[in-house]
Design a protein. Sequence first.
Length: 309
Amino acid sequence: MTKAQKFVIECIPHFNFELSVGLFSGGDRQIRKYEKGKFWQIIRTDGQLALITLKPLGTVDQPRIAVELESNDKISREQKNKAKALVTALLNTQFDLNPFYEGVASDKILTDLTKRLRGLRIPSTPTVFEALVDSIIEQQISLDVAHVLETNLIKAFGDSLNLNQEVYYAYPTPKKLASANIKKLRGCGLSTRKAEYIIEISKMIARGNLDLENYKDYDDAQGIIEELDKITGIGVWTAELTIMRAMNKNDVIPADDLGLRRVIAHFYCNDKRITGEEARRIAEEWGKWKGLACFYLMVAEAMEEINKR
DNA sequence: AGCCAGGCTCTCG
DNA sequence: CGAGAGCATGGC
């Protein structure tokens, strides 16, 4: 018997729902997907699994989100509140984009993009752990391959929820991956090395020796990078990517990233290949907004690619 | 077919 | 120390 609740979340303008969850168009239906104006995924509130389905209401200038929360168990008021907080964090809807738009107004290219992509926000993962594990998986290999492996990992180790004759998966918990064996992770397509990194980091969290969520409250991004860099399997690139996707910070970019270098080169260097150092120097012009600025560039380029077809 | 792909660590010299 | 090998697999 499915229990369901519906509620509405008010957002700070501007917010473009379609653009902000657009990168999940290619997502897996059992994990996280945007399709026909709806976005859905499983969330975890205290041990309870629930499916959230989001739809945009209002306009980019007066945005709201309709949320449907479904579970097989009774949904308490507390769980509903947690779901609300989680959705707010996932879509970063309490963030005011206007200072960013004003902050990059002197940059003609970005000004053009902020007009076209008005209301685009960087979506966030529910947990820092999820962003970190995905970032480790994405080291070196192509994103196409990485996404297959991430899906394999989630379906092999994630808790499942049966709802309306469908099966959905939540991201595996640190506890679950702490007790995973290398062979089964290898079966997901991971290298032995990466399997070891992930197990070891999961163990640190499960034992209470590492609190990734805690880093969200740090103001000093450089400090976070240095801390994470000490952990085996995590370099500067992985730390930066994790911060950008999970911590709602706008001033961190994975400058050495191949894709980001290509995007910056595309808009600012006539597609001539640039080094990570050059990318960092160009991005420094955008100061504390460099993370958001780079995200706008990446989305803009992705849309150009789609339009080419 | 083979080579490359949003890195990182370990091993040599 | 710095350079270089090795890693996983899907796509071109």
